[in-house]
Design a protein. Structure first.
Length: 281
């Protein structure tokens, strides 16, 4: 088994992915919608993320993978402007999320792992609140609420208190608030966490619909979901990027995505136990 250090991190140029701003043989230059530019987050002596760089171009659906504590959520929070990086830059649709957060946020829909839901509200009142906070007039609010209720299949619970909803429906409400302003970019942190197979199937179908017109970066621990929803994989381990490339190339030896995941993150592919580094590593 190779150690993670033996696997050279790939960037879009190395793995065949187009680089934003460079024309390709098949068409116009791709447009960068999500950019992590040497992002690091340091808390005292603890390094949560270390020099993470990647670009997600318009129209891509990219899975962001890594074990617990790898730095996925921290990276996503920096990309969305919820967390300031210690070093580096985060950009959404070209806007620097440190100095142009309002402009970037207008292009962004963000679903954190624990969505921003108010349990005493109904889905309708919550969506109305978020739409008004984004400055929509009455007619626009009504149209947008109707649209996201349809996309997220919330019609049967639209006037029911959020506190009474199942986790699956709460996830749908969180997704609806992320979509209310028709963002071009979606960043979704564990959108299927804690859901049952039927609920996961619903999220998968929603992702397939949204992927036709949005740029999506999503994190997940469910490797089957990666194969169902994404065309590209970015993987980090211990705060560093260890893979960036097309989904159909990550398992070029045909051993299975779970084995590749274990290998790249320094775990035994048979037992899942983290391997100890040797002095030769």
């Amino acid at each position: 088994m190779n150690s993670p250090e033996s696997q050279q991190p790939q960037d879009p140029a190395e793995s065949g992915q187009p680089i934003s701003g460079q024309p390709t043989a098949s068409g116009p230059a791709p447009i960068a919608m999500i950019e992590a530019d040497h992002l690091s987050k340091i808390y005292g002596i603890f390094i949560a993320t270390n020099d993470v760089s990647f670009t997600v171009n318009k129209g891509e659906v990219v899975a962001f993978l890594g074990p617990n504590g790898a730095g996925k959520s921290t990276t996503m929070k920096m990309l969305t402007g919820y967390l300031s990086p210690s070093k580096g830059k985060a950009r959404i649709a070209g806007f620097d999320m440190s100095s142009q957060r309002l402009e970037g946020s207008s292009k962004l829909g963000y679903l954190p792992e624990s969505g921003p839901l108010y349990p005493e509200m109904t889905p309708y009142s919550l969506l109305d609140f978020f739409a008004e906070a984004r400055g929509m007039n009455k007619a626009t609010k009504r149209n947008q609420i109707e649209k996201v209720v349809d996309i997220c299949s919330l019609g049967s619970v639209i006037y029911k208190p959020i506190s009474k909803l199942s986790k699956g429906y709460k996830q749908r409400v969180g997704m609806a608030q992320a979509l209310i302003h028709e963002p071009e970019v979606l960043i979704l942190d564990e959108p299927t966490s804690g859901l049952d197979p039927n609920q996961i199937r619903g999220v998968r179908q929603t992702m397939k619909r949204l992927g036709k017109e949005k740029t999506i970066l999503l994190s997940t621990h469910i490797l089957q979901e990666v194969e169902a929803m994404a065309s590209r994989v970015i993987m980090i381990n211990e705060g560093r990027k260890v893979y960036d490339g097309p989904l159909d190339q990550i398992d070029d030896k045909g051993v299975g995505l779970d084995h590749v995941f274990a290998d790249l993150t320094g775990h035994c592919s048979e037992t899942g136990v983290k391997l100890q580094k040797t002095f030769d590593d």
